[in-house]
Design a binder for this molecule. Structure first.
Ligand SMILES: [Zn+2]
Length: 60
């Protein structure tokens, strides 16, 4: 008998600052940037500047 194990694991997008790697609460993020149809949360102006300087580097 083949019992199907349908464990649905919804892909939960982790809200993470791509620059420093910190997990961020969406509501507490310094800024939310839209880049190439993706959203990126940045925790502080420093990370924002880093990201804007070279966004390609931080694409997920
Ligand atoms: Zn950061």
């Amino acid at each position: 008998m083949n019992r199907e194990n349908t464990k649905t694991t919804p892909k939960k997008r982790e809200d993470r600052d791509p620059v420093c790697g910190k997990r961020i609460n969406r509501n507490k993020a310094h800024i939310t940037l839209q880049y190439k149809e993706n959203e990126y949360l940045l925790c502080c102006p420093i990370c924002q500047a880093e990201f804007e300087r070279d966004p390609e580097r931080y694409l997920q």
